[in-house]
Design a binder for this molecule. Structure first.
Ligand code: ADP
Length: 475
């Protein structure tokens, strides 16, 4: 019998490719089912996909088949029969049969799923009720076969047609049930895979967009820093000249000034100084942001440095009636820092402290060495690395900073109260520069409340030894 064209398989829900029975079914479950049906009815059972692939097999050798398979000729003839039976076309409505030269029969039944033929199963060989004795084809195919074959055939139990129908129906229902549940599980796992793949694709797309945005922002930031640096530089040169000439006028080098002229020149110089401070701040900030500010670290004594800061602010503090004091705990500390930049940090903090403290108040600068373990408060103390920091606190008794503002004041141009700050002067750049310089030294700066009033700025700087370890670890 010629092989009929294969019916199409159900199409995979995800449209990847047509689903094949061998991909979808749980083979172990089908094998198990075939074996139990074979044992129950005493017949072999093989399941093939629509494409002809063997999906499960439970061979059940009848005694007569054992005799046939004793010779090479017998085995070859038997193989040809099995092959032919497998290719017999069974439609979804009519089951087909194939008869062996021995007189035994194979029953071929179509397997359906969702109204499509997805495969077939072959039952047999068995002796049907109408087999009376060994047919002549047994001897014509295998002339030398042992005489036992005939007697075994004669003694084989016959399966009645209605029993065969029931057996085939039972096997078909059971196998289609396994196909149904296997396909459901297959679809679920496919959908799961699909949704994971989809989420991954979306994530990749978002990452790609974020990377693009980051690259654009970095470029814009770089351009902004370059622009700021160029503009600041170009403004500073003529301004220095204006201030120089203003100073010469004040000094009377161009002749004596009237009282009113002297007052005008003083205003020009004060405003000029303010503009210069702003430009210098912008220049510093752009250098810090673009990473082009090069620190010149050297072994630094904090006591001496703080002393210089106090003498710088002393005239203004004295004028306002504010007492400025410094103290340290005398513990030696190996500080390696850029003294010029560190002086800028503390000058800024102490100037702010004086600026925002009313007459009669005080500013206390204290330096101490603090040792401990990171994460000591969170319970991870034992494994955490030991740190040794120099902490410099600048505490004033001034107007204080509300808790919600204490992070924001480190942003460029941020001022808590622009009205009152305008009265005090200032640009809002100082603390952002302070923070960046401190961080460039591997340290931190934070603002806290002072008791009973005022603010404390705490700058923590790591020891040179700790900084080297941190730098080695990150390189
Ligand atoms: P500014 O040039 O305005 O002082 P800063 O960046 O140095 O800029 O400070 C930002 C703002 O933080 C100030 O305008 C002020 O509102 C607040 N501030 C800074 N230091 C103190 C302080 N010691 N006490 C109260 N407010 C402070």
């Amino acid at each position: 019998m010629s092989a009929a064209p294969r019916p199409s398989s159900p199409v995979d829900v995800l449209g990847d490719r047509p689903v094949r029975l061998e991909d979808v079914v749980d083979r172990a479950a089908v094998d198990e089912l075939c074996a139990s049906l074979s044992r129950l009815f005493g017949v072999g059972l093989r399941v093939y996909s629509a494409e002809g692939a063997l999906v499960a097999s439970s061979p059940f050798e009848q005694p007569v088949c054992g005799v046939v398979n004793e010779t090479a000729d017998g085995r070859r003839a038997c193989g040809a029969v099995v092959d032919a039976a497998k290719n017999v076309d069974a439609t979804t409505t009519t089951a087909a049969t194939h008869t062996c030269f021995s007189g035994l029969t194979y029953r071929i039944v179509a397997l359906e799923y969702e109204k499509r033929q997805v495969g077939r199963f072959v039952l047999g060989p068995f002796a049907s009720a109408d087999l009376a004795q060994a047919p002549p084809s047994l001897r014509t195919t295998l002339p030398t076969i042992d005489a036992r074959a005939e007697s075994l055939l004669a003694r084989m139990p016959r399966i009645k047609n209605d029993a065969l129908e029931r057996l085939a129906e039972h096997a078909k229902t059971s196998l289609e049930l396994v196909i149904f549940s296997s396909h459901r599980a297959y679809l679920t796992s496919k959908w799961h895979l699909y949704s994971v793949r989809e989420s991954y694709r979306e994530l990749e797309e978002k990452t790609r967009r974020l990377e693009g945005a980051l690259a654009r922002l970095t470029e814009v930031d770089r351009l902004k820093s370059n622009f700021l640096a160029t503009v600041s530089h170009e403004l500073r040169t003529p301004l220095t000249s204006i201030l120089g000439y203003g100073e010469m006028l004040s000094d009377g080098i161009a002749g004596p000034l009237s009282e009113e002229q002297a007052e005008f020149v003083t205003t020009i110089r004060t405003k000029g100084e303010q503009l210069l401070a702003l430009i210098t701040g912008l220049l510093d900030l752009s250098k810090l942001e673009s990473g082009t500010m090069h620190l010149r670290p050297t072994s630094t004594r904090i006591g001496a440095l703080l002393g210089e800061v106090v003498s710088t602010v002393a005239p203004v503090a004295r004028k306002k009636g504010i007492e400025v004091s410094t103290s340290d705990d005398g513990v030696p500390f190996d500080l390696v820092a850029d003294p010029v930049r560190l002086r800028q940090v503390f000058t800024n903090l102490v100037e702010n402290a004086v600026k925002f403290t009313p007459t009669g108040g005080s500013v206390a600068i204290t330096a101490r060495v603090v040792e401990g373990r990171d994460g000591a408060e969170t319970g991870g103390a034992l494994l955490a690395p030991v740190f040794r920091n120099l902490e410099v606190a600048v505490a004033d008794t001034g107007i204080g900073i509300p808790p919600l503002e204490r992070e924001k004041i480190f942003d460029a141009f941020y001022q808590v109260d622009s009205g009152s700050t305008r009265a005090h002067g200032g640009t809002g750049l100082g603390l952002s520069i302070v923070k960046r310089i401190v961080e460039a030294h591997g340290g931190t700066v934070r603002a806290l409340a002072n008791e009973p009033c005022g603010t404390v700025f705490v700058v923590a700087l790591p020891s040179a030894h700790a900084r080297k370890i941190a730098e080695d670890a990150s390189s």
